[in-house]
Ligand binder design. Structure first.
Ligand SMILES: NC(=O)c1ccc[n+]([C@@H]2O[C@H](COP(=O)([O-])OP(=O)(O)OC[C@H]3O[C@@H](n4cnc5c(N)ncnc54)[C@H](OP(=O)(O)O)[C@@H]3O)[C@@H](O)[C@H]2O)c1
Length: 266
């Protein structure tokens, strides 16, 4: 099976890197088309994928087309693609905010699977989800799972839950980066060099995430909080301060704000 990426920006580059570094996809099966040629050349050089120079060419070469342009450019790309589509083509779109029904008008006879990776795909640690229409076969869904497992984990969700996934799975890395930087900055305030402070904060978040992942279904995250808080100790003071400052409420408000904006994109 051949894979064709339309749009070779940050996200496509991360996915192509994951595919090529895994043993599951040969670079010879990956084709790329980008508006400007520089990124295409870089990917050809770095991973040995094949360059395409027109929509017609990439649709002729690939069986699976991955749409990886910004959402506001998608309609134009789909109009360009439509004349060259064959029934056997499967489409994957990673565009934020566009529902499956949006693709029906341009590709009424093809399966389009919506995938939402997150930015951590760049280090092979994406948390991704996908939604597939009723016509999608098990083989098409398995292909999507295999492809995106090269850049992290992937779960299937009903499309109604896409917006909440986008907020909790895709926007949350930005919040986490802010949290890490805030911890590090507090360390700097009390004398730690920034680089060391960042390493401490980031590796502490990584380890904490592993603790939560390893104990899901067995321990509540607050059981872990309790394990860190010695009676009358130091950590409980920080935990109570976060609660007094509406830490959880602030996170909920941020997630709600993302969902509100997402609803305006459709
Ligand atoms: N970044 C994320 O964290 C993230 C997470 C989940 C989903 N997504 C989705 O992933 C998609 C891509 O995002 P990104 O961050 O990778 O964007 P990006 O870095 O801007 O990449 C988009 C690429 O599309 C190319 N392009 C534009 N029009 C084109 C056309 N007509 N034909 C071929 N190529 C074209 C651009 O070429 P130029 O080099 O000429 O600009 C650019 O390289 C978006 O729909 C976004 O919603 C992104």
């Amino acid at each position: 099976m051949n894979y064709g990426f339309i749009g070779l920006g940050n996200m496509a580059t991360a996915i192509i890197k994951g595919m090529c570094q895994s043993t599951m996809f040969a670079p010879a099966t990956i084709f790329g088309l980008n508006r400007s040629s520089e990124k295409t050349n870089q990917l050809v050089e770095a991973y040995g994928i094949s360059a395409c120079f027109s929509t017609k060419e990439i649709l002729a070469q690939a069986d699976v087309i991955i749409l990886a342009v910004k959402p506001h450019l998608l309609e134009g790309v789909l109009r360009d693609v439509a004349p060259f589509v064959r029934e056997e083509h499967t489409f994957i779109s990673i565009a934020a905010g566009k529902p499956l029904s949006f693709y029906e008008q341009f590709l009424p006879h093809n399966t389009v699977i919506r995938v939402m990776p997150n930015i951590n795909a760049m280090v092979g640690a994406s948390t991704s989800c996908f939604s597939a229409p009723a016509r999608a076969t098990d083989a098409q869904k398995q292909m999507v799972r295999t492809l995106f497992s090269t850049v992290g984990s992937i779960v299937e969700l009903p499309e109604e839950q896409f917006a909440i996934f986008t907020a909790t799975g895709c926007s949350s890395p930005a919040f986490t980066y802010m949290y890490i930087d805030a911890i590090a900055r507090a360390g700097v305030r009390d004398g730690l060099p920034k680089k060391i402070a960042l390493e401490i904060a980031a590796s502490s978040v990584l380890g904490s995430a592993k603790m939560v992942l390893d104990s899901i279904g067995e321990q509540h995250p607050y059981d872990l909080v309790d394990q860190v808080c010695s009676p009358g100790g130091t950590t409980i003071e920080g935990v109570m301060t976060l609660q007094d400052q509406q830490f959880e409420h602030t996170i909920h408000e941020a997630i709600r704000a993302v969902m509100k904006k997402d609803a305006t994109l459709q």
